[in-house]
Ligand binder design. Structure first.
Ligand SMILES: *Cc1c(COP(=O)(O)O)cnc(C)c1O
Length: 392
């Protein structure tokens, strides 16, 4: 759809945009401009002259349509782990008479860790209840303070039904926090329609803003000024440059800011968001399903040793397909050596992301050719493909 907007190394088929999106070509120039013309020439005056201070809000508003959020409800900054903490702390404060955080076993570990860490500091007993993904709905009752879910499972690609789960949560008086890490930029999201209280996500996966790019947080419009920031940083103050000794939060989504943001990485994000201006997420979704279906059909026909782990029904899947294989790590390494980049998650999950922005059906067929070759010829058995690196 937008292949010419991305730099992809010669001879590489990239099926890992679900982990780190490739570089938008415009990002290189934008970052260089920020480094040379802004940081270099303007020095500290760049905070005003180049609008550095306004970037979190400006870029939040540019990201908002991608997740179906209205203006002035999204702010950029920090890491996703921190944004999960912020949302959860705020939600618990709004639910002082309840004590259960409901989540599922498919959630990404850092989301669970942030909850565990936060619970130790809140000064009242909070239970982190982790249930199977398909059992979340039946565990939603009046004891639940917060339902904290990741919409698309990072391992299996399973897609939660945000509309119906949020509706049930609201019926029982629970607050919803949706982590959109594997869905923002992969499929249409309708925050304004589904009305969850909070959503968070990162910008380096399907949004292609580069390694370490800042995260985002959404707070429902009517709650913004009720939310008490647990991480009360000076950039979220109503008057940061008054340098008051006491914290007063801004009367806007700006209160979810904390401290000084990565200005150079914001430049990459700004270039990455330009790509979305001419794209319909319904088209992205339709094409990503077509590519995933093609991949599943071909792999099942030609690589019978692999077992589909993702839901078979495309409506229950995000933009990623996972296959299980005991020696999955080595297969992925052998694939990478043969020009197809996917990734691996312990214990046996091979993940392949299908991002129609820069992947087409010819790429899918070539990728399956390589996968079949690596399996049939036993290429993965070579010893060098078995050595585990720090990042899998
Ligand atoms: C990728 C991902 C993260 C990563 O958090 P960081 O703070 O950006 O490292 C967190 N949660 C989910 C659900 C993810 O998929």
């Amino acid at each position: 759809m937008r292949r010419n907007d991305f730099y992809l190394p010669e001879g590489i088929i990239y099926l890992d945009g679900n982990s780190l999106g490739p570089m938008p070509i415009a990002a290189q120039q934008r970052v260089q401009q920020t480094v040379v013309d802004e940081w270099g020439e303007m020095l500290i005056t760049g905070w005003n002259k180049a609008n550095w201070f306004q970037q979190p809000g400006l870029l939040g508003n540019r990201l908002a349509p991608i997740i179906g959020a209205p203006e002035n409800t999204v702010i950029i900054g920090d890491t996703l782990s921190i944004k999960v903490y912020q949302a959860l702390a705020a939600a618990l404060q709004l639910q002082a008479d309840r004590s259960v955080i409901l989540t599922d076993s498919g959630n990404f570990p850092t989301d669970l860790y942030m909850a565990e860490g936060l619970i130790k500091t809140v000064g009242r007993h909070i239970e982190l209840k982790v249930v199977a993904p398909e059992e979340v709905k039946e565990h939603l009752d009046e004891s639940v303070a917060v339902m904290m879910l990741t919409q698309v499972d990072y391992k299996t690609g399973r897609l939660h039904d945000m509309a119906s789960l949020t509706e049930k949560a609201q019926k029982v008086g629970a607050i919803s926090i949706w982590d959109l890490a594997h869905s923002a930029g992969a499929l249409p999201i309708h925050l304004e329609k589904c009305k969850p209280e909070f959503a968070v996500g990162c910008t380096y996966k399907y949004l292609n803003a580069g390694p370490g790019a800042p995260a985002f947080i959404y707070v429902r419009h009517d709650l913004i000024n009720k939310v008490e920031p647990a991480l009360a940083g000076w950039h979220g103050h109503s008057a940061p440059f008054a340098f008051d000794a006491h914290y007063t939060p801004a009367n806007s989504i700006e209160r979810m800011r904390i401290g000084t943001q990565p200005v150079i990485q914001m430049a990459a994000l700004s270039a990455a968001l330009d790509v979305w201006d001419k794209i319909s997420l319904d088209d992205v979704r339709a094409q990503s399903i077509a590519l995933s279906e093609l991949f599943i059909a071909q792999v099942e026909k030609r690589c019978p040793a692999l077992k589909l782990i993702s839901p078979r029904n495309s409506a229950d899947r995000g933009s990623q397909v996972s296959f299980g294989f005991e020696h999955g790590y080595a297969v992925v390494q052998a694939l990478i050596a043969n020009g197809v980049i996917g990734d691996f998650r312990a214990p046996n999950v091979m993940r392949f992301g299908f991002t129609p922005l820069y992947i087409d059906s010819a790429d899918v067929l070539t990728a399956v050719d390589k996968l079949e070759y690596v399996l049939n010829e036993g290429i993965w058995k070579q010893e060098n493909f078995h050595q585990r690196a720090a990042v899998t």
